[in-house]
Each structure stands twice: as structure tokens, then as C-alpha cells.
Design a protein around this ligand. Structure first.
Ligand SMILES: [Zn+2]
Length: 92
């Protein structure tokens, strides 16, 4: 990989679709973020649509499902390590 992939962060509420799949190549899946400026595999722009993990598992290829599962697990580990909301009593 020549350069680090950059992403747009896409916050999602619990229960909302948060797995972003490239509808052009159907081989990239990310959780709560989309690559910018384009899909790293097919270089399509604005090709990503949000699905629930269950939906991806319903119609995705084995490879796509594996990526979606890994992406969501990584995202959950990240949000567990760094809570999105700051504590109420923050010391300034
Ligand atoms: Zn693509």
C-alpha cells in the first residue's frame, strides 16, 4: 500500500445500518466510515451504501461478509476503548 487510506467518518445510531458496502465492486465493506476520495478497489466515487450486517450476511459473498464482520468488530473495539461521549464531569 503506497499511502494510508483516508476515510470519511459516518456516525450511526444504534440499530441504524452502519456497514458501508461499495455497490460498484461489492468487494469492500467498512463500518461507520467510507474511504475517500474513492473506493480503494474499483476507484468508484459515491458508490457506498449503508446496510446492516445482517443484510450483508444475507446477500453478500463470503469475502464481503468476512470484511463486514471484521470491520464492525474493529469499530466496536475502537468505540469501547474510546467512548464517543465525553464524561459529564470532565476536569478542565
Ligand atoms: Zn468499489
Amino acid at each position: 500500500m503506497a499511502s494510508k487510506q483516508a476515510f470519511w467518518s459516518v456516525p450511526a445510531k444504534d440499530g441504524e445500518p452502519d456497514v458501508w458496502v461499495c455497490m460498484s465492486c461489492l468487494s469492500e465493506a467498512f463500518c461507520r466510515k467510507v474511504p475517500m476520495p474513492a473506493c480503494p478497489t474499483c476507484h468508484g466515487v459515491s458508490t457506498y451504501e449503508a446496510f446492516t450486517l445482517a443484510a450483508v450476511q444475507d446477500w453478500g459473498t463470503e469475502d464481503l461478509i468476512a470484511k463486514a464482520v471484521a470491520a464492525q468488530a474493529a469499530e466496536e473495539a475502537l468505540s469501547a476503548a474510546a467512548p464517543a461521549a465525553p464524561p459529564m464531569e470532565s476536569v478542565q
